[in-house]
Design a protein around this ligand. Structure first.
Ligand code: PLP
Length: 548
């Protein structure tokens, strides 16, 4: 019989033992160098064989069983590295959606949280996480123009978690007894038709039901049509309903359309006066766009960072809209998106921390937010019980990047996107930009047959259903083409960009491919090659497409 190892070998040491530290470092070294060996900067995926065809998942189910006897950690590491074979990686050719690379400061923040494995439920269990959380909450409040002395917030599960948190507060603000009696059946929420589906899900999960979610029309720049919001708020109130929640999308997931929070606030307050109802809670869904607030105080004329005139033009338009973020009652910073931290790390930020008191299980015993003494930071208002200290990763990134660093990184994304747009227009006559009014980090590309209406006619409402449908099919061919070779360059796509009216008066979404600048490794000098590749694909698709 061979001797068993000491159970303590699986754990970091108690006393800072050099020997155990060396073992841990060796394992980490094995992991990081293992990933480095898989890297291939000329393609998207990490190297390695991975066949996912056939009954891949079925096979996994059949094969998998907990081993009776555990394996040495080096062997386990080798297994883990196997998992990473063929994994998409954020090389310069990664342009799909808002799927960022985890930064080194973000990773180190997570690691430091794990080394003590505190629980952010309570500051006695997780003092480091609680401290970082209060700091991050204050830092972000000051960035957007909330009063950090009265604002509050907590880290949670994604932009979707933030939208759900906002809805819970909206309900409790209108009817504090709803927590006990259940949700009244006449409450309504509003968002733009291009909003993320998070609110739809939250309406289901809260029990209000998604029938009580009112979708407001979007304008051609993908922002909410506030005139339509005004009409729809009134229509609900006239019918006996109570609007309690408006989600303003400040950076739509595909097109980076930015709802104007100032206009939405104005409409909501006018509505409230006119109908004698409380003003609905306004949540800025800034999961995607929130980090552009790092430019709120950037002096575009002095331009100390020497961004190009094109980038300054984009920032002018972004700044104009993001400046109103603080008029929202709550918002989200999805650090796991543009904050450059690993999953899951999102911050729900609330203008008035006292609102959290409405959600407390027992308001006497569990004070509502962290402006309190040690031992009293108990987050009874979160949906989670145990919470990871993702705040430490956020804190680490904010310290390492600084406002200036985030500005530089985001400006690089903008610069790449700007040059991509210019080149696309110059070199690919089949393609139109389907979000021309949204400067940002994504470009939506829609291609067209040689003759026939183009994007301008489609959004103008003068194209027929049949023609738009045919154009959608052509674009779907391009998705297929790009998808087939996504290990070469990884583009995104969506089948729901802008709902347009056909001449027949029906609504139809436009299919578009997406160039989403998200990897720090994509530099402006890579743009010509990218557009060249795209042109080849588009030419082939157009040549092979059978026009009816
Ligand atoms: C990504 C996104 C969400 C959802 O965020 P998660 O972090 O994935 O939960 C919500 N709204 C917008 C606008 C988003 O871009």
């Amino acid at each position: 019989m061979h001797s068993k190892s000491d159970v303590r070998d699986w754990f970091p040491s108690e006393d800072g033992s050099l020997l155990q530290r060396k073992r841990i470092m060796e394992l980490i070294e094995q992991m990081i160098s293992g990933v480095d060996e898989l890297k291939n900067p000329e393609a998207v995926n990490l190297k390695g064989e991975k066949r996912r065809d056939g009954d891949f998942y079925g096979q996994l189910v059949a094969q998998s069983q907990i081993p009776y006897e555990g394996a040495p950690m080096k062997e386990v590491n080798a297994e883990l590295l196997q998992l990473l074979h063929g994994h998409p990686y954020h090389t310069k050719y990664f342009f799909t959606n808002i799927l960022p690379m985890a930064s080194i400061p973000g990773i180190l923040g997570m690691l430091s949280a794990m080394l003590v494995n505190g629980n952010n439920l309570w500051d006695v269990y997780g003092p480091a996480g609680a401290e970082a959380e209060v700091r991050v909450m204050a830092m972000m409040s000051k960035l957007v123009g909330y009063d950090a002395g009265t604002s509050g917030g907590y880290t949670t599960w994604g932009g979707q978690g933030a939208i759900f948190s906002g809805l819970r507060i909206a309900i409790a603000k209108y009817d504090p007894n709803a927590l006990k009696h259940g949700v009244p059946d006449n409450l309504y929420a509003f968002c733009s038709e291009l909003a993320h589906y998070s609110l739809f899900k939250s309406m289901e999960a809260s029990g209000i039901g998604s029938d009580h979610l009112i979708k407001v029309k979007a304008l051609s720049d993908s922002s909410m049509d506030v005139a339509d919001l005004r009409c729809k708020l009134a229509a609900v109130a006239v019918g006996g309903g109570v609007p309690v929640y408006i989600v303003a999308t400040t950076g739509t997931t595909d097109a980076m359309g930015i709802d104007n929070v100032l206009q939405i606030r104005t409409v909501a307050e006018e509505f409230s006066k006119q109908f004698g109802l409380p003003c609905p809670h306004i949540h800025a869904d800034s999961a995607l766009g929130g980090f552009f607030a790092v430019f709120n105080d950037y002096d575009l004329e002095k331009n100390t960072q020497q961004f190009s005139p094109g980038v300054i033009g984009m920032l002018t338009s972004i700044q104009e809209k993001m400046r109103h973020l603080s008029l929202a009652d709550s918002m989200c910073f999805d650090f796991q998106k543009l904050g450059q931290t690993p999953y899951v790390s999102s911050l729900f930020l609330l203008k008035n921390a006292a609102d959290l008191g409405l959600l407390e299980l027992d308001a006497d015993e569990t004070p509502y937010v962290g402006h309190r003494g040690y031992g009293e930071y108990h987050t009874g208002y979160t949906l989670e019980c145990s919470r990871m200290a993702s705040s430490i990763s956020m804190y680490s990134s904010l310290l390492a990047f600084g406002v200036e660093g985030y500005q530089r990184l985001l400006a690089q994304f903008l610069e790449v996107n700007l040059q991509f747009r210019e080149r696309l227009v110059a070199e690919i006559p089949e393609a139109d930009i389907a979000n021309p009014d949204n400067p940002g980090i994504s470009t939506l590309i829609r291609i067209y047959p040689p003759d026939g209406p183009r994007f301008a006619e489609e959004i103008g409402g003068s194209s027929s259903w049949g023609v738009i449908e045919r154009n959608n099919q052509l674009n779907e061919r391009l998705f297929e083409k790009l998808g087939k070779h996504r290990d070469r360059m990884f583009f995104g796509d969506t089948k729901k960009h802008l709902l347009v009216k056909t001449v027949e008066g029906r609504q139809i979404p436009l299919y578009v491919s997406k160039f989403f600048v998200i990897s720090p490794h994509t530099q402006p000098e890579h743009v010509p090659e990218i557009v060249h590749y795209l042109k080849e694909c588009i030419t082939q698709v157009c040549e092979q497409f059978v026009y009816q």
